[in-house]
Design a protein. Sequence first.
Length: 179
Amino acid sequence: MPAKGQKLVNPGNGEYFEFYQTAAETGGASSTLRVLLRPGGFTPVLHKHLLQDETFEPISGRLTYVIEGQAPATIGPGEKVTLPRGVGHTHYNDGPEDLLMYQSVSPALDFEPFVEALHYHILKGSVKSGQPPFLQLMVWMKELEGKTCVASIPVGVQRALAGLLAPVGKWAGYRVFYR
C-alpha cells in the first residue's frame, strides 16, 4: 500500500501523484492525492465512478472539469468541486500554468492501488487519449471494488464485456495491480 508522501512521478513531463492522506489514515473513508498537472498534460477520458465521489481543490493554477452533458467549467485556488458518483466527467489543466491540486475520493475503496496501476500504464506509454488499454479496463472493471467506467459505453455493457474479456486480458498479461 502507498505511504503518505510517496510520489509517483512521470519523468517525461514532471507530472505527479503524491499520496497526501491515505485510506489507512481515514479508516477507508477517503483518500487524497496532491496532483501536479502541466498545461495540456494528462487528461482522463470521460469516465464515471460507480461507488465514489471525487473532489478537487486547486492549490495553484486552474482546474477545468466537464460533467457529462454540460459545458466545461473552471475553478481556482480557494474553490472546490465534487463530481458525484455515477456521473460522467473528466478534469484537466487547460490553463497556461501548472496546476497543483488536491484530488480526493470517498470512500477510498481500492483507489490507491488503482492510481499506482494507472501510473504504471502512463509510464509504459500505453495510456492513449487519457484511456488505458481496453483489456486493462475490463480487468479492472471485473476485479476492482471501486468501479470506474468509460462514460461513452453503458455500464451494463461494460459489466458484460468485463465478464467475457477480463480473462482474455489476464491471459494477455494485464493485472489488477502493478508495483
